[in-house]
Design a protein around this ligand. Structure first.
Ligand SMILES: *Cc1c(COP(=O)(O)O)cnc(C)c1O
Length: 362
């Protein structure tokens, strides 16, 4: 048994896992009511009103949700601008390439956030761009992108704004309606602390209405999924019933914790403690503090040549925690997530394990 310090799947409560011990059928009224309640709760978390916004659940992992939005909303005459500073941003370009979606990539280095002014300039220079997409917390490095600043220029330019808030939604306040985000994507197994199995989309109704007939995939057709779900909560195809029940419990527990503000403060505290403690042990974070997210942190390998990530990983795992390898091309790094059912006490224990390992090596 060990706890996950990874950014999803993450450590969930026993009560969330226990909810999966029940078999549920998909067309039953009770089950459909659970789906409808989840959809409403997601809008509340997004600070979005039911009149202007709706939410749609989609089978599959988070990427299925991103692919669903991109392939359902960017039409044959449209063009997508993708602001990327990590592998999840670049994955959107992969999706666009695979689906034959016309697009332009504005790439920043992994340590820099995309600049609203540069996006504004690109929109002026390329009037054919209709949609702009970006990742909120780039889980690749843990950098936090400035979606507020970018929302402002995208909305002023009258374009559709798509945000992959996979690893931040539920763990950070994102006022979706105030920012005018048209589509926001997240998934069951990140900050809401459910188990993997579906993604969800917060969509501005007007933008979603425009998706009718645009889908380039049958099963990922966001508009059709919405139409079906909007009737009475029935999913279009078989839904991950156990995952949905666990998610309903996870939402209840998020509320009991005190909502997104309370969860954010727990995560931020975990993150602060982690970075301070790791710095004291001589590990340097890869992302500068001003743009570090409270979700996951990338640390550089120590300069010591005998350092072995594999050895350290197993040492830590044997003592009850699983950390995460790095995902950067230009530096040797590892990552530690601090979301999920993780508390200050866990971070302190983890730091003790790191210290024990370091003492052993010196
Ligand atoms: C987790 C994550 C995804 C989705 O990854 P899946 O493996 O498909 O669940 C997408 N974007 C970001 C930023 C993520 O953190």
């Amino acid at each position: 048994m060990y706890k996950l310090l990874t950014p999803g799947p993450l450590t969930t409560t026993d009560t969330v896992k226990e909810r999966m011990l029940v078999d549920h059928c998909t067309w039953d009224d009770d089950y459909k009511a659970i789906t409808q309640r989840i959809r409403k709760q997601l809008l509340d978390i997004a600070q979005a009103s039911d009149q202007t916004y709706t939410s749609v659940l989609m089978q599959g992992s988070g990427t299925f949700g991103v692919e669903s939005v991109l392939t359902s909303s960017v039409g044959p005459k449209d063009k997508l601008l993708i602001a990327a500073n990590g592998s999840y941003g670049l994955r959107m370009a992969d999706i666009a390439n695979t689906a034959g979606i016309s697009h332009l990539v504005y790439q920043e280095s992994y340590q820099n956030v995309p600049d609203p002014e540069k996006i504004d300039k690109l929109l002026t220079e390329n009037p054919d761009i209709t949609h702009v997409s970006i990742v909120h917390c780039e889980t690749t490095s843990g950098i936090l992108n400035n979606i507020e600043g970018i929302a402002k220029v995208v909305k002023e330019a009258g374009r559709t704004f798509i945000v992959d808030a996979m690893s931040s939604f539920g763990g950070m306040e994102i006022p979706v309606e105030a920012l005018g985000i048209d589509f926001l994507i997240s998934s069951a197994n990140k900050c809401i602390q459910g188990v993997p199995g579906f993604s969800f989309v917060i969509a501005r109704r007007e933008a979603l209405e425009k998706c009718a007939g645009l889908a380039r995939s049958l099963s990922l057709d966001l508009y059709s999924q919405w139409r079906e779900m909007e009737k009475d909560g029935k999913w279009r195809f078989t839904s991950p019933t156990h995952v949905v029940l666990a998610f309903a419990q996870a939402l209840k527990e998020l509320e009991e914790e005190g909502g997104v503000a309370a969860r954010h403060s727990r995560y931020a505290k975990n993150n602060r403690l982690l970075i301070e403690g790791m710095e004291q042990l001589g590990f340097r974070p890869y992302i500068s503090k001003s743009v570090q997210s409270p979700i996951i942190t990338t640390f550089l390998y120590p300069e010591n040549k005998t350092f072995s990530f594999q050895e350290m990983y197993h040492f830590i795992k044997e003592r009850g925690y699983v950390i995460y390898p790095g995902k950067l091309t230009d530096a040797d790094t590892f990552r530690i997530g601090n979301i999920g059912e993780i508390y200050e006490d866990d971070i302190e224990k983890l730091l003790d394990i790191f210290k024990e390992y370091k003492d052993l090596k010196e």
